[in-house]
Design a protein around this ligand. Structure first.
Ligand code: AMP
Ligand code: MG
Length: 435
């Protein structure tokens, strides 16, 4: 385990009441974090979504042999004469996986299937659709293949040994979050196990006396806890190991006990609620005893109250447990998760940073916006008559989870941006894109 960074990069931001921009907050978080390094070996069939802990080096040339890229006829490219038709006599058929042992003489060719090894001396394949096969007397041995002038060049449709990847070179780099194609690529190299980082352990709880968990009756004034479920799902999608610590009432002793349990068992604590004005004081007092947590005023809407920082563990040398305290409003909790926690968790998990994909789309309506804060609206981005367009999903209050559920993107109006007229391009974050 690497030692914790002596300068955590958080303290300078704790001073003063200055508003941070979303970008400043993201940069401060990224600068503070130390990625996990705790490799474990897993069978390839269990590696989807895991973070590679070491480069995967190819033990072989890929492809291992020169082979045909097409179904057609293999021959010597030197037989082609500029401006002249070419006529060849098939002397056999080559299937993938069955190398050719015989000879191929001048004026001869072989019927070849895609992926079959190119026989020594043959360097060119004419695809079936670019030649004409004339049946001759005496059955197949009388066939002739006619190639019109100019349809093919010497060397065409031959895949070269090692052209995808040379033996000894990395097929995939450490930090990669493995996707289906990557799993196939590793299999194509004959590798059955890979070194991945162990999953990041994220302890999750919700705070608020008004919250009830699923299965409990709703008494007067109470509401169901939804953040724990939306955040649990978001964490699961990122491949995190979630430790569900349930609901915590707004009482300092309960908060402290739960945080201590979380610190003992997890790499990260993710909470929602309890950081807005009404609750912040008791939360602040508890957190001040446990670490160096900054209560940031991020210039954004929704999601302004947000706290981040290291909770120091008792054992010397142990890396800190990172706290991300998100606002309680259900939309604000998810927006701040996507804006601040998602990439940070991937970074901690050892993954190469992968921001949410950003598209530019024309907005179908005007937005009022003043410079000096970042605004996130829930939108539906879809193809329009002149490229991508985006429309909002109705009422945008920070507590209206339905607007987030209906959305497939966040419309992000940047810190310096002013009002936007209908038809102007805006940035959208695709929060439901892969990982
Ligand atoms: P807070 O940040 O604790 O002041 O909460 C802000 C608003 O979000 C309040 O209306 C809370 O009732 C609501 N809220 C807080 N936590 C949750 C949660 N886990 N699920 C649903 N709503 C919540
Ligand atoms: Mg609360």
């Amino acid at each position: 385990m690497p030692a914790p960074a002596p300068e955590l990069g958080v303290s300078p931001l704790m001073a003063g009441d200055r508003n941070l921009s979303v970008e400043e907050a993201r940069a401060a978080i990224a600068a503070a974090l130390q990625p996990l390094h705790a490799p474990e070996t897993v069978p390839l069939v269990q590696a989807l979504g895991r973070v590679l802990a070491a480069d995967v080096l190819s033990p072989i040339d890929v492809p291992a042999h020169d082979n045909s890229a097409m179904d057609g006829y293999a021959f010597r490219g030197a037989e082609l004469q500029a401006g002249q038709p070419t006529q060849l006599r098939p002397v056999g058929t080559l299937f993938a996986g069955a190398p050719w042992a015989g000879e191929v003489g001048a004026g001869e060719c072989l019927r070849i299937m895609t992926g079959a090894v190119m026989p020594a001396g043959l360097d060119t394949v004419v695809p079936l659709e670019l030649c004409r096969v004339e049946a001759g007397p005496g059955g197949p041995s009388g066939e002739r293949v006619h190639i019109a002038p100019g349809v093919i060049q010497p060397g065409d449709n031959r895949r070269h040994r090692g052209e995808d990847l040379r033996a000894g070179l990395p097929a995939l780099k450490a930090g990669r979050v493995l996707r289906p194609a990557d799993i196939g690529l590793v299999a194509s190299l004959g590798i059955a196990e890979v070194a991945v980082q162990r999953r990041l352990r994220v302890a999750l709880f919700s705070t608020g006396n008004e919250l009830r968990t699923l299965g409990q009756p709703l008494d007067a004034g109470s509401i169901y806890d939804s953040n724990r479920y939306s955040l649990m799902a978001a964490l699961q999608r990122l491949g995190m190991d979630v430790l569900d610590l349930g609901l915590v009432p707004d009482e300092p002793a309960a908060l402290q006990a739960t945080l201590q349990e979380a610190m003992a068992r997890a790499d990260v604590v993710l909470t929602s609620g309890g950081v807005s004005m009404g609750d912040a004081d008791h939360t602040r007092a508890v957190l001040a005893q446990l670490g160096e947590v900054a209560f940031w005023k991020v210039a954004m809407r929704p999601g302004r109250p947000f706290a981040f920082g290291p909770l120091q563990r008792a054992e010397t040398g142990a890396p800190p447990c990172w706290l991300f305290a998100l606002p309680g409003n259900p939309v604000a909790a998810l927006v701040t998760f996507y804006a601040f926690a998602r990439e940070a968790l991937l970074q901690l998990a050892g993954a190469t940073p992968a921001p949410l994909p950003v598209l530019q789309a024309r907005c179908t309506s005007a937005f009022r916006k003043r410079p000096g804060r970042t605004e996130f609206q829930r939108g539906i981005v879809e193809p329009g008559p002149s490229g991508w367009q985006v429309r909002l999903t109705g009422a945008q209050g920070a507590g209206i989870l339905r607007s987030m559920s209906e959305a497939n993107c966040l419309v992000v109006l940047g810190h310096e941006q002013g009002s936007v007229a209908a038809g102007e391009p805006v940035d959208v974050w695709l929060f439901d894109a892969l990982t």
